[in-house]
Design a binder for this molecule. Structure first.
Ligand code: BG6
Length: 471
């Protein structure tokens, strides 16, 4: 291994999720999901066609193979596999994933599957309100069991839930229609508690069904800086990080709430309803790894004034306020700033707290890419972003932090969780507009060729650092 090379067997990959690329929303017996409704704005693309991966999957896998990917972090759509509230699996849905996974394996790419990435089956929301109800726990576990049994031996790494923080915060994802911001917040903590229980039960079932397989959560890592070294700002940042990140990871890994979060939720009358046996279930299992999604860091200051309920639920607190970080360069779509060192800080903290191996499951640069007249896409800003984050990973690994792999977001352009195709993250361009899906043709961006070289060299070389390679 040279100075810049990553350890042998490092898992270079890329990421997508089912609802953001598949499309085919009413094909192959798929049932509706909350995410099928989209933002409701007709000028913003929804996921009904998305990147049309449902019809382009083979071509997409060929592109992955051409890039040399070792692992593909993908998602299953729960309502493609279980379209209604009966819990009966849909053969056509399983068949779609069978052909995709078999072809990935044929090309030597490991499928790394997320069971739940924001898309909640609408049938379960209609039947009993989705995650707000404890019945959802058993339904999720049943879905997980079907997947574990069906794909046993083929899928060897699973993700339980993608970004529990976001998955339970947005009403458009959970189907929660509550308008009162305080009640919505209380609902979020209740739903999240059910997700944690479901996650642990699913992990326990995987240990029985396929003891060889590995499983873990994917967290939206929150790297929180204090505005200054004023102790009150530092304390506010510590609390913010507990409330936005570590409480979920503590539940996933240790099966318990951190003391501050427990007291915070009780003080604010938001502590979820629990049952006496839950504790046993929460403590019974432990994940094998932690998946890390990182885009940017945030900055907080001590709380002053009234609580602002008009912001993302997980930022609502009477202990801190979100503020600007003047040290970081901001761009149109990365308005919190670009901060590769934040990845290092965040992953280091996670490792110090849990001592589990990690894999970067998302990391990427949003931009309104432009196709040149000759059909090329020069996304040197994305190359620069990825390169700087990969550099930090290498430093971490050299310092003894176990990082298993790197899966940038996203392999192909995806429909954003709420902003359509205005901004793009892909290494491969999907030729469509917000309102016209055209043929969804695939075009390799400069970053595709650049990343291919990174994978080929098992790390950054002088050339890849300069970002010079392309087709
Ligand atoms: C992560 C999600 O939160 O961020 C992805 O796991 C999402 O699904 C990504 O697409 C980028 O966010 P956005 O809002 O720009 O799509």
């Amino acid at each position: 291994m040279t100075k810049t090379q990553f350890p042998k067997g490092f898992l270079w990959g890329a990421s997508t999720s089912a609802f953001q690329i598949e499309g085919g929303f009413d094909e192959g017996g798929k049932g509706p999901a909350t995410t099928d409704i989209g933002t409701g704005n007709p000028d913003i693309a929804d996921n009904k066609i998305a990147s049309d991966h449902y019809h382009h999957w083979k071509e997409d896998v060929d592109l992955m193979a051409e890039m040399g990917m070792k692992i593909y972090r993908m998602g299953f759509s729960w309502s493609r596999i279980m379209p209604d509230a009966t819990g009966r699996p849909n053969k056509e849905g399983l068949k779609f994933y069978d052909q995709l996974i078999d072809y990935l394996l044929e090309k030597g790419i490991e499928p790394f599957v997320t069971l739940y990435h924001f898309e909640c089956p609408q049938a379960l929301v209609d039947a009993y309100g989705g995650w707000l109800d404890r019945r959802m726990i058993e339904d999720y576990v049943h879905y997980a069991e079907i997947c574990f049994e069906h794909f046993k031996g083929r899928v060897k790494r699973w993700v339980t839930v993608n970004e529990q923080l976001i998955a339970t915060a947005a009403g458009m994802l959970t189907g929660d229609k509550e308008l009162d911001p305080r009640k919505r917040l209380k609902n979020m903590y209740q739903m999240s508690y059910h997700v944690s229980l479901a996650e642990h039960k699913a992990i326990s079932r995987l240990r029985e069904i396929d003891p060889e397989a590995k499983i873990g959560p994917v967290c939206a890592i929150q790297v929180v800086y204090p505005k200054t070294c004023k102790p009150e700002h530092v304390l506010a940042a510590e609390k913010a990080q507990e409330l936005m990140e570590f409480y979920l990871l503590d539940l996933s890994v240790r099966g318990e709430y951190p003391p501050y979060v427990k007291s915070y939720l009780k003080k604010n009358k938001m502590f979820p309803k629990t049952k006496p046996d839950d504790e046993v279930e929460l403590k019974k299992s432990k994940p094998d790894f932690i998946g890390v999604n990182y885009y940017f860091s945030i900055c907080v200051e001590e709380k002053k004034g009234a609580v602002n309920y008009q912001q993302p639920p997980f930022w609502i607190s009477d202990d801190f306020d979100i503020c600007e970080n003047d040290y970081l360069k901001k761009t149109e779509w990365m308005d919190k700033g670009i901060d590769p060192v934040g990845l290092h800080i965040g992953m280091q903290k996670i490792y110090h707290r849990y001592r589990l191996p990690m894999i970067v499951t998302e990391n990427g640069m949003a931009y309104s890419d432009k196709v040149e007249k000759d059909g090329t896409i020069h996304d040197e800003y994305r190359i620069d972003y990825l390169k700087k984050h990969i550099e930090q990973l290498k430093i971490m690994i050299d310092e003894g932090i176990p990082v298993l792999g790197y899966c940038p977001w996203s392999f192909i352009d995806v429909v954003s969780s709420h902003q359509g195709f205005q901004k793009r993250y892909g290494l491969v361009y999907v030729d469509r507009t917000e309102t016209d899906p055209k043929q969804c043709a695939r075009i390799k961006k400069d970053s595709f060729y650049w990343y291919k070289e990174v994978i080929r060299n098992n790390g950054l070389t002088k050339e890849s650092i300069r970002g010079k390679q392309n087709g």
